[in-house]
Design a protein around this ligand. Structure first.
Ligand SMILES: CC[C@@H](C(=O)O)C(=O)SCCNC(=O)CCNC(=O)[C@H](O)C(C)(C)COP(=O)(O)OP(=O)(O)OC[C@H]1O[C@@H](n2cnc3c(N)ncnc32)[C@H](O)[C@@H]1OP(=O)(O)O
Ligand code: CO
Length: 134
């Protein structure tokens, strides 16, 4: 794993949170993107080499809607940048981690993504990200 690619934060109202994080970070979000497969609307802020990803649910069965119901707003996942997502999935599977989707799926911001179940990672939902056009 090469660096923390982003920190995902579950929010109830993306517009309000965009304003809050713009005030907090002293800069505007550089993009917004809807990812239908995950049932989320996102926005991204760049902080050095790392991003903050705000996530609002777009439908009731979205993982973000379920998370907000159970835990309220807050840090939802940590995402690591990887060079070869297939190799990394194999390495982590062999090491005993629970992979939620072995076939990488479409993420936001031009990424392929894989998630690890939080019960195998000390209660932290982990996302692996690989740039799509490598
Ligand atoms: C924008 C696209 C992409 C990107 O490019 O960056 C994204 O970031 S998408 C982000 C949203 N998508 C996902 O989160 C996909 C992966 N998540 C899942 O598959 C599920 O959310 C889950 C982690 C498997 C949990 O689903 P489920 O088992 O249906 O939910 P429960 O509510 O029943 O929870 C079971 C258990 O797990 C705990 N939990 C749930 N979410 C988290 C979390 N984010 N971090 C830590 N723990 C989490 C939940 O509290 C339950 O625990 P117990 O109550 O102790 O059983
Ligand atoms: Co993410």
């Amino acid at each position: 794993m090469r660096k923390i690619e982003h920190i995902g934060i579950a929010v109830a109202d993306l517009e309000k949170s965009n304003e809050l994080f713009a005030r907090l970070l002293g800069k505007e979000a550089y993009k917004s993107e809807r990812v239908e497969g995950e049932g989320v609307e996102t926005s991204f802020f760049l902080v050095g080499e790392t991003k903050v990803e705000l996530l609002q649910a777009t439908r009731p069965d979205s993982p973000i809607a379920k998370y907000l119901e159970k835990r309220n707003e807050g840090i939802h996942h940590i995402a690591f940048d990887v060079a070869d997502i297939h190799l990394e999935v194999k390495r982590l599977k062999d090491a005993g981690f629970e992979i939620l989707n072995e076939t990488p799926k479409e993420g936001a911001d031009n990424k392929l993504v894989v998630f690890l179940h939080p019960r195998s990672t000390n209660g932290v939902l982990v996302e692996l990200c690989q740039e799509k056009n490598l």
